[in-house]
Design a protein around this ligand. Structure first.
Ligand SMILES: NC(=O)c1ccc[n+]([C@@H]2O[C@H](COP(=O)([O-])OP(=O)(O)OC[C@H]3O[C@@H](n4cnc5c(N)ncnc54)[C@H](OP(=O)(O)O)[C@@H]3O)[C@@H](O)[C@H]2O)c1
Length: 229
């Protein structure tokens, strides 16, 4: 990809992964990067999507924006996680196709994998079962972007790809106990236990799960590489 010549729109570009991705894209030579903020464009709203595309006129869209959170947030708001992520992604990709966007990069999630996927995860196992119930509304909403990508490529020749990062950690992570993922949640619990002198922390689960983690800057580099191919 000739990065300096491309108008690139990165939804969710101000978020945790987005901040690392913007750094990676700039290092590749991208100069024209548009980052829509939720205050100006709530991308669940179809009118806001159209306005955002008219304002940015992108050649390439990297769709990172998502309603995300850890186990607690997914348990409390399953309907919002499903609706917001499905509507945002499906409508944005459709409008991108209608506008003739050159490349659409959809970011999925490891939560799309079935609950009992053998470890280490393989892409061949993506459809062998239903996801872990807590994350299913979020994981399946994002998984539909894979189905949409394949369908639009087949019928319209639309250049859309779907990338599936595993659990991320790194600088700029979310440490809010109501919505954080496991690594920042554990770091916070340890620091608070040390500061308060309790000498112990409560960890959810039974200790048997084996999650896969990736450093956020590495995931950003992978997205940059796949976008530029
Ligand atoms: N973090 C992980 O471990 C992980 C793992 C696998 C995949 N992913 C995927 O990576 C992407 C980025 O995740 P992240 O961890 O960086 O999350 P994040 O920090 O919460 O970033 C998400 C971004 O999306 C924006 N957004 C949310 N709803 C929106 C809406 N309705 N309209 C416009 N923008 C909206 C947020 O804006 P505000 O901040 O203003 O709300 C935020 O900038 C997501 O697609 C997620 O599914 C993340």
């Amino acid at each position: 990809m000739n990065w300096p010549e491309k108008r690139i729109c990165v939804t969710g570009g101000a978020g945790f992964l987005g901040t690392h991705l913007i750094e990676d894209l700039r290092a590749r030579g991208a100069t024209n990067i548009f980052i829509p903020k939720i205050e100006e464009y709530d991308l669940v709203d179809p009118a806001a999507i159209k306005q955002m595309l008219a304002d940015s006129n992108p050649d390439v869209i990297i769709h990172l924006a998502a309603h995300v959170g850890g186990i607690g947030a997914n348990r409390e708001h399953p309907a919002e996680f499903f609706y917001d992520n499905l509507m945002m992604g499906v409508q944005l990709m459709h409008q991108a196709y209608l506008r003739g966007v050159e490349k659409f990069v959809a970011i999925g999630t490891v939560c799309a994998y079935p609950k009992f996927t053998p470890v280490p995860f393989k892409e061949d196992d993506l459809w062998i079962g239903y996801p872990e119930e807590t994350n299913a509304p979020y994981g399946l909403a994002k998984k539909m972007l894979l189905v949409q990508s394949q369908a639009y490529r087949e019928q319209y020749g639309f250049n859309s790809i779907f990338l599936l990062p595993v659990n991320l950690y790194g600088p700029g992570d979310n440490f809010d106990p109501r919505s954080s993922h496991v690594i920042p949640a554990l770091i916070r619990k340890c620091i608070e236990a040390q500061e308060s002198g309790t000498g112990q922390i409560v960890v959810w689960g039974d200790g048997t799960p084996t999650p896969e983690f990736s450093f956020a800057k590495d995931a950003a580099r992978g997205i940059g590489l796949a976008t530029g191919k």
